[in-house]
Design a binder for this molecule. Structure first.
Ligand code: NAD
Length: 484
């Protein structure tokens, strides 16, 4: 079993760096509530050291060929896969997510991103546009110094989903993980450098929102990519706008999952479980408003309750466990507050929503029914294991209700009527849609939100546009004339 204690708080210019001047941040294992490590928040000197290292290292990295850069990223991907078990254990220590999940979803998806963008790096090009004898060619250039700021639900994945495309394009990165999960990004940095990444190109600094804010507003910074909540997104976007910096905003959601009468029942129940309870419900794209057509609702609720009763809420390090604790006491309190509101506003709790009598931040998976569109639990992002069932009659009605939210991260439809499925996803206001599945996120597909859920896309070739810019070069071969 991996020792979760970090070597030091920060990773700057290719090496671990400690500075105990910054405020201490305890690392708490969510399954037991025990303190398993400690890091220190970055002081202004640490922030400047990281930014300066990135700034200094970036030009030489950008001058390498894409193939050379990509080779290093792909080597890091192989190293991550080889260390998957220990990285998964670390992810479990950081987040409390069960090993059954982390073994297949975290370092593996980080490795996918490094491999995918490593593979793309050599084929990043501009284009050529002919104008008679003259022509324009474009040069795809890196943005320069990118800042990544992470949420706490997927610390390894987020560190790589931002780092891999940034580095592939020739940028340098300073990454600040969430203060709740400071461990995994340090390992990503360590592996990248062991794989041959030159010093200074991927740095990690710890801290709370103030450190994030200092990074975002520093004049050295060219781009900011945030994964976090809408309130933080508003602040970060505004601060980035001051310096006209590029942004990617991966924010929250209140996504609809729509189950028609003709859906295959067990698949729809599986979809609802994956859309609400994977990672104890702490996933931005979760389909938390489960619209169930009237005819299938009794059978759906019965099977959902039966199957949830078989969930194993055990030691996350035991691979037989498939449901872990909430990430923190604070997050559990927030979720419990929503559950109390749901009850007070008249929703009926079918099952779950209670603490377990053990240390750590355990909360059993909750299902509400009789939920109406105006209730708090149907309007606000909960970010915990709380599923709300809303009943509907027909397609036009459910479409209007599904879109009646300021968010637009994801949406899902379960039906065997494929024309209807495609009609629905065409009209659903969401960046990522699912038909007869939920929450798949392969690196080859764009991921991101519309409306208040965000700006830009992560993953896929689309991410390249968010970590590079085009320079146009007009070349005249014809005779140049002037009017006088
Ligand atoms: P959060 O907004 O509280 O914090 C996110 C990060 O921003 C943290 O690292 C935090 O320290 C930092 N931060 C806070 N204030 C800042 C400021 N003023 N300037 C710069 N940085 C600042 O979010 P969280 O509680 O860590 O994560 C949960 C949220 O993240 C949910 O809303 C969830 O939907 C969202 N999320 C979105 C995605 C996505 O891809 N769309 C993925 C995961 C999580």
């Amino acid at each position: 079993m991996i020792d979760p204690k970090p070597t030091a708080s920060h990773f700057i210019n290719g090496a671990y760096v400690e500075d105990t001047e910054g405020a201490a941040i305890d690392v708490i294992y969510p399954a037991t509530g025990e303190v398993i490590g400690r890091v220190h928040s970055a002081t202004p000197q640490i922030v400047q050291a990281a930014l300066a290292a990135a700034k200094a290292a970036q030009p030489a990295w950008a001058a390498m060929t894409g193939t050379e850069r990509g080779r290093i990223l792909r080597r890091a991907a192989d190293m991550m896969r080889a260390q998957n078990r220990s990285l998964s254990e670390l992810e479990t220590y950081d987040t409390g997510k069960p090993l059954q999940e982390t073994l297949v979803a975290d370092a593996t998806s980080a490795a996918d991103a490094l491999e995918y963008f490593g593979g793309l790096a050599g084929s990043l090009t501009g284009e050529h546009v002919q104008f008679g004898e003259d022509f324009v060619y474009t040069i795809r250039e890196p943005l320069g110094l990118c800042v990544g700021i992470g949420a706490w639900n997927y610390p390894t994945q987020i560190a790589a989903w931002k780092g891999a495309p940034a580095l592939a394009c020739g940028n340098a990165m300073v990454f600040k993980p969430s203060e709740t999960t400071p461990l995994c990004a340090l390992k990503v940095a360590e592996i990248l450098h062991e794989a041959g990444l030159p010093a200074g190109l991927y740095n990690v600094v710890q801290g709370l929102g103030d450190v994030g804010a200092a990074l975002v507003s520093d004049p050295l910074v060219d781009k900011v990519s945030l994964t976090g909540s809408l309130p933080t997104g508003r602040k970060v976007y505004a601060a980035a706008a001051e310096g006209m910096r590029h942004v990617t905003m991966e924010l929250g959601g209140k996504s609809p999952l729509i189950i028609f009468d003709d859906a295959e029942l067990e698949a729809a129940v599986s979809g609802a479980i994956l859309a609400n309870f994977y990672s104890s419900g702490q996933i931005c794209s979760n389909g938390t408003r489960v619209f169930v057509q009237k005819g299938i609702k009794p059978a759906f609720l019965k099977r959902l309750s039966e199957r949830l009763a078989t969930a194993v809420l055990g030691d996350p390090m035991d691979e037989a466990s498939n449901f872990g604790p909430m990430v923190s006491e604070r997050q559990r309190d927030i979720v419990e507050g929503f559950i109390a509101k749901g009850k007070a506003e008249g929703a009926r709790l079918v099952c779950g929503g209670t603490r377990l009598d053990r240390p750590g931040f355990w909360l059993t998976p909750a299902v509400f029914t009789d939920v109406t569109d105006q209730m708090t639990i149907a309007k606000e992002e909960i970010f915990g294991p709380v599923l709300s069932v809303l009943e509907f009659d027909d397609e036009a009605e459910v479409l209007a209700r599904a879109n009646d939210t300021d968010y637009g991260l994801a949406a899902g439809v379960f039906t065997q009527n494929l024309p209807r499925a495609h009609r629905m996803v065409k009209a659903l206001e969401a960046g990522t849609c699912y038909i007869n599945t939920y929450n798949d996120a392969p690196v080859e597909a764009p991921f991101g939100g519309v409306k208040l859920s965000g700006v830009g896309r992560e993953n896929s070739k689309a991410a390249i546009n968010h970590y590079s810019q085009l320079k146009s070069v007009y070349v005249r071969l014809s005779q140049l004339e002037a009017p006088y």
